[in-house]
Design a protein around this ligand. Structure first.
Ligand code: ATP
Ligand code: MG
Length: 246
C-alpha cells in the first residue's frame, strides 16, 4: 500500500537519507531499528509529509497520491491517512484530553461536534483514558500524555500509524502501559511503522523488521531473520550494542 523508492533527503549539505527503498503491505507491522542519526525519524517525517524528500518517490497506492506533486489538499489528506505519534507527545497543553482527540476530527475532518465527541470517547476508552477525559495535559503522567497522543492519532482512522520512539521519553515504570496500547493497536490490523529501541517488543509485535544504517535500509526481514540469524555485520554489531546497553 505504501511504496518508497530511491528516497533521498539532505538537510542543507548533509545527506540523511541516501536512497531508501521500502514497500509496506496493508496490515504490516514494521519495526524500524538502527543507530542514532541514521534517518529513522526523517523517514517517518517524509511519509507524513513533514519534510519533503530531495528525490525519489513515495506512492500511497490506493489513494494515488504523488508526493512530488502534492498540492495543499493532497498534503492534508496524506497527513490524515498517515497519523504520526511523536517521541515528545503530540498534545496541546491548552486543551483537555477529549478536546485534544476531537480537535483533528472537528478542525480537519469537519465532523459535527456530537459525532466527534462520540469517536473521541471510543478512542479514549481504547487507550484506557475515559476517566481522564476532562483533565488538562499538565495534570497527566507521561504515559497518559502519550496515550492521549495515540488516541488523537487513531481518531481520524488513518491507513498507517507512524510511531517514532513512543516510549523513549517515559519513565521506565510508564513504558509498559504505552506498549500495551501499541500492541492493541497493531494487533487490530492497522498498518503500522514503529521506530523503537525496544527490541523484545519489536520482535513480539512485528511481522517485519527494517534495519536502517547510514540513511539506507541495510536489512529487511522477519523478526527471526533479523534478530536470530542476522547476516549483515553492521546489524550484528548494532544488536550487540543494544543488548549491552539495555
Ligand atoms: N531539521 C534538521 N535540520 C538539520 N539536520 C537535521 C534535522 N533533523 C535531523 N537532522 C540530522 O539528520 C540526521 C538524521 O536524523 P534523524 O532524526 O532522522 O535520525 P534518527 O535515526 O531518528 O536518530 P535517533 O535514533 O537519535 O532518533 C541526524 O544527523 C540529525 O542531526
Ligand atoms: Mg529519531
Amino acid at each position: 500500500m505504501l511504496e518508497l523508492k530511491g528516497l533521498k533527503l539532505s538537510y542543507g549539505n548533509t545527506p540523511v537519507l541516501n536512497g531508501v527503498d521500502l514497500s509496506v503491505r496493508r496490515g504490516d507491522v514494521v519495526s524500524i531499528i538502527g543507530p542514532s542519526g541514521t534517518g529513522k525519524t526523517t523517514l517517518l517525517k517524509c511519509i507524513n509529509y513533514l519534510v519533503k524528500p530531495t528525490s525519489g518517490t513515495i506512492t500511497f497506492d490506493q489513494l494515488g497520491m504523488d508526493y512530488q506533486r502534492a498540492d495543499k489538499t493532497t498534503i492534508q489528506a496524506i497527513r490524515l491517512r498517515t497519523a504520526m505519534v511523536f517521541q515528545q507527545f503530540n498534545v496541546f497543553k491548552n486543551m483537555t484530553v477529549i478536546q485534544n482527540v476531537m480537535d483533528p476530527l472537528v478542525v480537519v475532518q469537519q465532523k459535527p461536534m456530537d459525532e466527534a465527541r462520540e469517536i473521541a470517547l471510543r478512542e479514549l476508552e481504547r487507550v484506557g483514558l475515559s476517566e481522564k477525559r476532562d483533565s488538562y495535559p499538565s495534570q497527566l503522567s507521561g504515559g497518559q500524555l502519550q496515550r492521549t497522543g495515540i488516541a488523537r492519532a487513531l481518531a481520524v482512522r488513518p491507513d498507517v500509524m507512524l510511531f517514532d520512539e513512543p516510549t523513549s521519553s517515559l519513565d521506565p515504570e510508564l513504558v509498559n502501559e504505552v506498549l500495551k496500547v501499541i500492541r492493541d493497536v497493531t494487533s487490530s490490523g492497522i498498518t503500522s511503522l514503529l521506530v523503537t529501541h525496544e527490541m523484545q517488543f519489536a520482535k513480539s509485535i512485528s511481522n517485519r523488521i527494517v534495519f536502517m544504517d547510514q540513511g539506507v535500509v541495510a536489512a529487511d526481514g522477519s523478526p527471526t531473520e533479523i534478530f536470530d540469524t542476522p547476516t549483515n555485520p553492521r546489524l550484528t554489531q548494532f544488536l550487540r550494542s543494544e543488548l549491552a546497553f539495555h
